[in-house]
Design a protein around this ligand. Structure first.
Ligand code: ADP
Ligand code: MG
Length: 618
């Protein structure tokens, strides 16, 4: 058999490399921005059209390239950034593989113009599908402009794989934001479909974060600063009360390069562990600087994964520096969740005097005599499977109830609630204190069959959720006009979601409209919300919750919003409640159709029966 091995033509090799490096338009944006930063640019303009499918253009005022370099840069493994293998351990630049431009030019049409600072004329090179089409001298400003057109034109599979314009647009924005965050001294202008979407001037990190995420971030940031021989840590963490359901605002940069390193995230989350509720995640923008020889960033072509030589040490440094930063700012859990929440409509006697806490004993009560209905239900609840079954029943009941049928499903629960309801109403009507708060989290109250525990946050979510659903049903809202309209600014991807859900949010009594760019203006709010509250934060949380709930595909958009707003507006764990507030909360809870479960179908209350109690003492 004759020889069969042959070298792949460069154009094919480049396309294969492109498959790894350029997954979507955002990858091109990242590579080109990084090249501009490596070229020492202090001003960069990014122009995107149609999610990057038709045009990605980046102009910088960096060093520029000579005539030869402007041609050479499209060759595979052409780089000015390393000379030999040992340089790999001293990398200070963003790029070094010499692959990006060759890969990009193999799957698009690239028009590059570049001029060295001292040269009179620049040069223009056009390459399409790895083939150099032309090179001419040209007039252009010092620096480089790279225009990438018709990306993936010759790789239809990739092109078809692209997501909707909005999704590609948000990926692009995310890459842009990461680079812009790591280089606050460089100014950026970002045009999308001919509109200036964002402009950030050269500044410091704090201003850059506000520039990208909105001016409200200014007051939320706590500085972190720590220097050791091996590594230095700097940047900001957000105050614990701005923790999020998703890890969408966790940014790590190592030597100014955005990286993904779960164990680093873990370390910071660990530092926050006692300050934020379970299931929430802190936000942070942290920069680690270390000698390049301590890290290996070559593990992945897109260079977002990183390996440290001494991971355990870095973990500890990070943990202690964040803890110290929080300590310096006197962050303690009790302070974090203090927020005014509306408790206006007290349903019982408002002027009822506050009495000393006493525990009321029912002299007729015999714990050994089993109470038929409630107690049977409770003993069924003893094991977790039963609990789960009960929850599922409730979920089912709620589902069918929402659809206005299957009321029979509810009988099991309704009996129980009716009975609890009677107990609670009796308690509420009494002059003595009947409600106590436990661990700033639960409300406890004696009922006939035992001691009822109510989760204050879930209970309030249930109350608000049902209120909001009623608004949708009745198409009636009570609105309060804000004295001063508020502005909220979102990152690109969030702004897109906002545009979609505004009509539904407004149906609840908000008046929010687009203001231009990614800014929205809030003119009025529903009557349930106090003007003194942090309205912008409520909207931001609503959006976060909404995004999280999207994982339940069957959830209607209006129910998602009702649930999300209920969650963001509900009083949180850690909030100390007055007796009056507890009375109102419990009263309103038992006026709900499903008092026992949160809108997300988690238990909102349970009863520790006297039977269970006495079993404990056996
Ligand atoms: P790498 O960045 O890994 O070196 P690239 O393919 O991204 O590889 O770029 C190849 C080379 O082209 C770079 O090493 C640099 O010398 C040059 N280059 C690319 N973009 C620019 C730019 N905006 N300004 C100046 N030089 C550039
Ligand atoms: Mg590069």
């Amino acid at each position: 058999m004759s020889n069969i091995i042959k070298l792949l033509p460069d154009s094919v090799a480049n396309q294969i490399a492109a498959g790894e490096v350029i997954q979507r338009p955002a990858s091109v944006v990242k590579e080109l921005l990084e090249n501009s930063i490596d070229a020492g640019a202090t001003q960069i303009t990014l122009i995107i059209k149609d999610g990057g499918k038709t045009l990605i253009q980046i102009t910088d005022n960096g060093y520029g390239m000579s005539e030869t370099d402007a041609r050479m840069c499209f060759e595979r493994h052409s780089t000015s950034k390393i000379d030999n293998a040992s340089d790999l351990f001293r990398i200070k630049t963003m790029g070094f593989r010499g692959e990006a431009l060759a890969s990009i030019a193999s799957i698009s049409r690239v028009e590059l113009k570049s001029r060295l600072k001292n040269a009179e004329l620049g040069t223009e090179v056009i390459v399409e599908g790895s083939v150099a089409e032309s090179q001419h001298p040209c007039q252009c400003p010092a620096g480089t402009t790279v225009a990438v057109k018709n990306l993936f034109y010759n790789t239809p599979a990739r092109r078809n794989f692209l997501k909707s314009e909005n999704i590609e647009k948000s990926h692009i924005f995310n890459e842009f934001a990461r680079v812009a965050m790591a280089t606050p001294k460089t100014g950026f202008k970002y045009y999308y479909n001919n509109k200036l979407t964002l402009q950030v001037d050269p500044s410091n990190l704090k201003q850059r974060i506000s520039g990208l995420f909105g001016t409200t971030y200014n007051q939320r940031l706590i500085p972190v600063e720590e220097n050791t021989d091996i590594i230095s840590v700097s940047g900001f963490v957000l105050k614990p009360e701005f923790a999020r359901k998703r890890r969408s605002e966790q940014f790590f940069f190592v030597n100014k390069r955005y990286v993904k390193a779960p164990y680093l995230n873990h370390s910071v989350e660990n530092a926050f562990s006692e300050l934020i509720p379970d299931g929430m995640h802190p936000s942070f923008f942290l920069f680690l600087e270390t000698d390049p020889s301590n890290i290996d960033i070559n593990v992945h072509p897109t260079k977002t994964e990183i390996k440290f030589q001494n991971e355990a040490f870095i973990y500890k440094i990070l943990l202690s520096s964040v803890k110290r930063a929080l300590g310096r700012f006197n962050i303690s859990p009790s302070l974090d969740f203090e927020r005014e929440t509306a408790f206006d409509d007290v349903i019982f006697d408002k002027d009822r005097p506050v009495s000393m806490p006493t525990i009321k004993v029912d002299p007729d009560y015999n714990p050994f005599k089993t109470d038929k209905s409630a107690s049977r239900l409770m003993s069924e609840r003893k094991n977790p499977q039963q609990w789960e079954k009960l929850c599922n029943d409730m979920k089912e009941a709620e589902k069918t109830d929402d659809e206005g049928q299957g009321k029979d499903h509810n009988i099991f629960n309704k009996n129980f609630y009716d009975e609890c309801s009677r107990d609670i109403n009796t308690s509420l009507a009494q002059k003595e204190k009947r409600f106590w708060q436990l661990n700033d989290r639960y409300i406890i109250t004696p009922v006939k069959s035992g001691l009822m525990f109510i989760d204050q946050q879930r209970a309030h979510e249930r109350i608000l959720y049902e209120k909001f659903l009623k608004k949708y049903e009745n198409k009636k809202t009570t609105v309060q006009q804000l004295l001063y309209p508020l502005k909220a600014e979102f990152i690109e991807s969030d702004a897109n979601i906002m545009r979609e859900i505004i009509p539904h949010i407004n149906a609840l009594g908000f008046d929010i409209s687009e203001f231009g760019g990614n800014t929205f203006v809030i003119n009025s709010i529903p009557a349930e919300i106090k003007e003194s509250e942090n309205i912008v934060q409520i909207i931001e949380e609503l959006l976060e919750n909404y995004k999280k709930n999207l994982s339940e595909p069957k959830l209607d958009i209006y129910k998602n919003i009702a649930r999300s707003l209920a969650k963001s507006e509900a009083i949180k764990h850690g909030r100390v409640l007055t007796e009056k507030e507890m009375n109102t909360l419990v009263g309103e809870l038992f006026a709900c159709s499903m008092p026992g479960v949160s809108p997300a179908s988690k238990p909102a209350l349970f009863i520790l029966t006297y039977q269970e109690l006495s079993d404990r003492f056996k």
